[in-house]
Design a protein around this ligand. Structure first.
Ligand code: FAD
Length: 323
């Protein structure tokens, strides 16, 4: 079957977020021999179109408009719906990010079709497409298919592998305009809480600290380990509540959900609400001085010890490997 699938690219700080490339890979799976069309919305972003082709898009539709400079649900939904009406895709794929969680339900409701959110894998069998998504805070997975003619899904970052970047891939980049009116809110400025380095929700490695880190300074060895591994620093709510770090780092049921290749939990007990945000990580390493800590029940590798001794040792060893 050949289908046309529309993917929304996500841009932050003038760069494409990885989830855009993962969404193209998901689009390729759904399109089979059909077309993957990417919508690229924003201001001064046309130059990013080529990279989307290199990651497997067949066509890129660029809408450059100052009203799209910052995300707003009115602006983005109007632009995306215009593209949907023009292209009539059989599927729409958006990242399960803060932006996608806001936009996708709005698009689904405007088109009067169902939405399958937080998809972690896709299987295509003959005419059936089965989407897997976590439920009960990641303790179980359900498999779903849609009965609607158009399928709208959001995909969880870091789960569907992007295609390898191939500079020889080519396709069309088309500039189009959209009639964006009725903005009920205008975002004047986005002030991001300082999070230097790798974006936590897309990081391949996360080094997370809990109340066992004991102070804001106690996070320093974790930051160093994360930096050596090219990863991001995260935290339990215990650490955030104790003011050791900012809430933007919180992982768990009421924080961010992460699925990195490697999650290193330092001084985190493993409360169920924390596990809800990280238990689907590919490899989990736990460092805790309490051998009975619950975190060891989900860990692939456990180190019973003092994090202030173990973390610097790990950092030194990784530095040697990288040298
Ligand atoms: P603790 O449970 O106090 O654990 C600290 C651990 O550090 C202990 O296991 C201890 O053995 C170890 N330790 C101490 N010193 C050292 C050392 N030197 N070296 C090694 N190990 C050491 N929590 C989240 O994380 N995310 C959420 O999103 C979240 N949402 C919640 C929502 C609700 C509605 C509720 C009720 C709770 C939520 N919580 C959440 C809180 C959660 O229940 C726990 O209280 C919290 O995760 C505990 O954080 P912690 O593991 O850092 O602290």
């Amino acid at each position: 079957m050949a289908k046309k699938i529309l993917v929304l690219a996500e841009v932050r700080d003038h760069s494409l977020r990885n989830v855009s490339f993962e969404a193209i890979a998901a689009g390729r799976q759904l399109a089979e021999s059909g077309q993957v069309v990417v919508a690229l919305l924003g201001e001064k972003i046309a130059s990013l179109g080529t990279e989307l082709l290199h990651y497997g898009a067949d066509r890129v539709l660029v809408v450059e408009d100052e009203k799209l400079k910052n995300y707003s649900s009115d602006g983005y939904s109007q632009a995306l719906l215009e593209i949907v009406n023009q292209e009539n895709p059989e599927g729409i794929i958006i990242g399960h990010t803060a932006l996608g969680k806001d936009l996708a339900p709005k698009i689904a409701s405007k088109l009067n079709v169902g939405l399958i959110s937080d998809v972690t894998s896709i299987e295509v069998e003959d005419d059936d497409v089965i989407f897997t998504r976590p439920i009960y805070s990641g303790k179980a997975f359900e498999k779903k298919k849609t009965l609607d003619d158009v399928v709208i899904i959001t995909i969880r970052p870091n789960n569907i592998e992007a295609l390898d970047k191939d500079g020889s891939r080519s396709g069309e980049i088309e500039k189009i305009s959209a009639n964006i009116t009725d903005l009920r809110t205008i975002v004047q400025e986005v002030v991001r809480k300082a999070s230097d380095g790798v974006d936590l929700s897309e990081a391949k490695v996360v080094v997370a600290g809990g109340r066992g880190v004991k102070s804001a300074e106690g996070f320093e060895p974790l930051k160093e380990l994360a930096s050596v591994l090219g990863g991001a620093v995260g935290a339990s709510r215990g650490a955030c509540d104790a003011d050791y770090c900012d809430y933007s780092l919180q992982i768990g049921q009421t924080g961010k959900v992460v699925t990195p290749d490697l999650y290193i939990a330092c001084g985190i007990s493993g409360a169920i609400q924390h596990l809800a945000g990280m238990s689907n990580s590919k490899v989990i390493v736990a460092i805790n001085k309490d051998p009975d800590a619950n975190i060891f029940n989900v860990a692939d590798y456990g180190i019973v010890g003092d994090l202030f001794e173990v973390v610097p040792l790990l950092t030194e060893e990784f530095k040697k490997i990288k040298a």
